[in-house]
Design a protein around this ligand. Structure first.
Ligand SMILES: [Cu+2]
Length: 433
């Protein structure tokens, strides 16, 4: 099934590709999907920049009905969540992270990109077993009830991972990872210190990419041995969710341990009314590169690994690209705008070609469509075929965004899932509720 589907994928052009969304999406109530969902990056902030994280076990739901035992972090007073909370601080502040361990083995947190990290007031140190084998990249909290306090001064503004430094091949795969967002002091509307990194703070998005081999997770849950030479990821996630859960709102009640959605929800660029781009923060907590492909518009790559794309003299080296490659352990920040380039209008500027066939109008063999039966952005909905239910609220457009390694765009081999989400473009005046 996988191979057949992958072959079919390669032959699909854009419009029937989107039509395939409808074929596989399970939409319990179209009105829930059509409502403008609360989307976007959600910060955990703290007045004194002190955070309490508890490493613990819990369960993540996959769209095919599978339930996966994970390890991740709970915030103080909060429940287990995958990924860990997105920690937001300003550059230059002193950050404290207290890690409590409830797992049956030692664990730790590394902060790649942050320097001079202290653990218990002393420089954080790698650990080794009695035979001298490296067991942890940094100071651990003991199994069961241990705790360790990390402190550091937040480095340059940008996007960083935090993740387990202990047996990371196992523990990071189990889900012990999260995002650290460092903002330029005094400029919460910029990705970094450069003025040209300004974005619309109402349109900031997190794409924390990961993967799951369910065999590993079952072995850990049942305390069985696992052979890492047989590692093979079957689920591919954005913010701990797989398509179609990626487009569900933040804190969807049917995903209690996966609070972060990944729907991009924007309006067309307008030099007067909507001039600032959206910011998308990509992070790769997985084991392979993810070639991420947003449809509908290229993105401007402005930073990697917490450093702006600039030359030694500060010259702008950002670039616009069709594909956003994110290597393991890497972070990439992009700015995105969507331009209504052709300004199609039913009266003033009609599309100079006939409408595509019904099959290509995002009307699938299933009973749902995201096509309004009107090709014009914001156009009044037309008449739907008998028995078809419309998810399109106000004539908005949808583009797919996904890993272009198409096995990563599956749920255990079933196409149109996994590391995939949607970009929703509302009409210029917004979408009335
Ligand atoms: Cu694509």
């Amino acid at each position: 099934m996988l191979r057949g589907d992958r072959g079919r994928w390669r032959r699909l052009s854009a419009v029937p590709l989107v039509a395939a969304i409808v074929a596989v999406l399970v939409v319990p109530d179209p009105h829930e999907v059509a409502a403008s969902p609360p989307a976007g990056l959600e910060c955990l902030s703290s007045g004194d920049n002190a955070f309490d994280l508890t490493a613990t076990g819990g369960y993540a739901a996959m769209p095919d009905g599978n339930t996966i035992y994970m390890w991740s972090y709970a915030a103080r007073g909060g429940a287990f969540q995958l990924p860990g909370p997105t920690l937001c601080v300003d550059s230059g502040v002193k950050v404290t992270v207290v890690l409590h361990n409830t797992l049956p083995e030692p664990t730790s947190i590394t902060f790649p990109g942050q320097v001079q990290v202290l653990a218990g007031g002393q420089p954080a140190q790698p650990e080794a077993d009695d035979a001298g084998n490296l067991t942890s990249l940094t100071t651990t909290a003991a199994a069961g009830t241990g705790a360790v306090t990390y402190t550091f001064t937040a480095g340059p503004p940008g996007t960083y991972l935090y993740q387990s430094g202990t047996d990371p091949q196992k523990q990071v795969q189990m889900g012990l990872y999260g995002a650290l967002v460092v903002r330029p002091a005094g400029h919460p509307d910029r990705e970094n210190d450069r003025a040209d990194s300004a974005f619309d703070p109402g349109h900031e998005y997190l794409y924390l990419l990961g993967e799951i081999d369910p065999d590993l997770h079952l072995a850990v849950e049942r305390k069985r041995a696992y052979d890492f030479t047989r590692y093979r990821a079957r689920y591919f996630t954005i913010n701990g969710r797989s398509m179609p859960d990626t487009i569900a709102p933040n804190h969807a009640d049917w995903l209690p341990a996966q609070p972060y959605g990944a729907l991009i929800h924007i309006r067309p660029y307008d030099p007067v009314g909507n001039a600032k781009p959206a910011l998308i923060r990509y992070l790769n907590a997985g084991s392979v590169a993810y070639p991420f492909h947003p449809h509908g518009s290229d993105e401007q790559l402005i930073a990697r690994d917490g450093r702006p794309a600039q030359g030694p003299g500060g010259q702008d080296l950002s670039f616009s690209n069709f594909l956003i490659d994110v290597a393991p352990g890497q972070t990439v920040d992009t700015l995105m705008i969507w331009k209504d380039a052709e300004h199609w209008d039913a009266d003033a500027n009609p599309i100079p070609v006939p409408l595509p066939s019904l099959q290509d109008q995002i009307v699938g063999p299933g009973p749902e469509t995201w096509f309004a039966e009107n090709p014009y952005l914001g156009g009044a909905p037309g008449e739907l075929p008998p028995g078809v239910v419309q998810n399109n609220e106000c004539g908005e457009y949808y583009h797919v965004a996904h890993s272009h390694a198409l096995e990563q765009a599956t749920n255990y081999g079933a196409s149109f899932g996994g590391m995939m989400t949607l970009i929703r473009i509302d009409p210029p005046a917004g979408c009335p509720a």
